[in-house]
Design a protein around this ligand. Structure first.
Ligand SMILES: [Zn+2]
Length: 69
């Protein structure tokens, strides 16, 4: 199971294996399924959907997140 993380108004989903955050549960689940079966590797296709939860507090990096609100 991925972890739901409240980040301000936003809910993010975290892959418990690699700790990446995603806005869509679907990507977090895919990432986690990958990480559980491919230990020590990362799937670039999933990682490009990952978000940095700390970006929300910054004017530049938060743009992507805010546009979805
Ligand atoms: Zn992962």
């Amino acid at each position: 199971m991925v972890t739901e993380v409240k980040n301000g108004k936003q809910i993010l989903y975290r892959c418990d294996v690699c700790g990446m955050f995603y806005r869509e549960r679907e990507w977090a689940e895919k990432c986690q399924a990958w990480c559980e079966t491919h230990e020590g590797t990362c799937n670039v296709e999933y990682i490009q959907h990952a978000v940095d939860p700390s970006d929300q507090n910054q004017s530049q990096g938060g743009a992507l997140i805010r546009s979805a609100v």
